[in-house]
Design a protein. Structure first.
Length: 325
């Protein structure tokens, strides 16, 4: 029977349980000490007033935003949508007169509005810890991820900006999602530089997520874009076989011209007159016996190999690797 894969000396299933327990305890501890901030008096912090004003404006379907410091637009729109759902639910349950408008409902339930906005900030804080653990574990392992997530959750400045209505936690969630999308695509499919980018391309999705993060907190661009650019640039794999191949042929004294390219698609057209080239460039593999008899000289060049009818001697002072059978 195949033994289960082990990481850090633990079977995979036990490892998963350990991760879930660790994150549950860590986030439960953080939530226990941060939950009381939800029920402070609604006028506790003047920094929250501007967000509440925009949420009230958006919930009345007036999208002429007047506060642009963060700018925080995605956060405000999300909270406005949540508040509309609360209003509709209260109306459906008969908790208010049927003719009550949403603006009157809001001003009669101002503490609930601030509680819902603070809850959104706290929820994104907890989600960011989970996403951070996931990303760090894929890059540096579970042990490092556990320590890094612990430092993130107990970071004083991050906890402070979670203690009232702020947009930093939403911005961090969007940035981490963008990095996870890119990392997952790189690990699964590799960098596909030949295909034109499209709406479903991982780089496009990551860019949109970074745009939402910038809308939540504009300063997040300075943290997200350099990281994404560096990842995409360092993962690029430029073609390497073509240039050394032609240099190798030139150094061996090959002179000539290419007569035909065969493109393997619907538009391919084969030449009717037979050709007997002196050199064949092909991918690695075992050529047929008839081809090997006609082209007895074989040279390796990276992922390609060159078959020739005669021995291509290199020019003086050049080095090459050749294999003959």
């Amino acid at each position: 029977m195949k033994q289960p894969r082990k990481v850090l000396g633990l079977p995979v299933r036990l490892e998963t349980v350990a991760v879930v327990v660790y994150l549950t305890v860590l986030l439960g501890f953080a939530a226990r000490y941060l939950t009381p901030i939800l029920f402070r008096t609604w006028f506790f912090s003047s920094d929250e007033y501007v967000f509440a004003a925009e949420v009230i404006r958006f919930s009345n379907l007036d999208f002429h935003q007047r506060f642009f410091d963060n700018p925080g637009t995605p956060f405000m729109m999300l909270n406005a949508a949540v508040w509309i759902v609360i209003y509709a639910g209260s109306r459906a349950l008969g908790l208010m007169p049927p003719d009550t408008r949403i603006d009157a409902f809001t001003f009669h339930h101002m503490p609930l509005l601030f509680t819902s906005m603070r809850a959104a900030t706290l929820v994104f804080f907890l989600i960011s810890a989970v996403l951070f653990f996931r990303l760090y574990a894929r890059l540096a392992g579970l042990a490092s991820a556990a320590v890094a997530t612990l430092l993130l959750v107990f970071a004083p400045i991050y906890c402070y900006y979670t203690s009232f209505v702020r947009t930093e936690s939403l911005a961090l969630v969007c940035i981490l999602c963008a990095l996870l999308v890119v990392e997952r695509a790189m690990a699964k499919d590799g960098a596909d530089w030949e295909r034109a980018p499209g709406p479903g391309d991982y780089a496009t999705i990551a860019g949109l997520l970074c745009g939402v993060a910038a809308g939540a907190r504009l300063h997040s661009m300075t943290a997200a874009l350099p990281v994404l650019f560096t990842i995409l640039w360092l993962q690029r794999r430029p073609p390497q076989a073509e240039y050394p191949l032609w240099i190798m042929l030139r150094n061996r004294g090959y002179t000539g011209e290419v007569h035909h390219f065969y493109i393997e698609n619907d538009s391919a057209r084969l030449q009717t007159t037979p050709l007997t080239p002196c050199v064949i460039v092909t991918t690695r593999g075992k050529p047929p016996a008839a081809i090997r008899e006609q082209y007895p000289f074989l040279s390796d060049q990276g992922e390609l190999m060159v078959l020739s009818t005669s021995d291509l001697k290199p020019a003086r002072g050049t080095a090459f690797h050749e294999q003959r059978e």
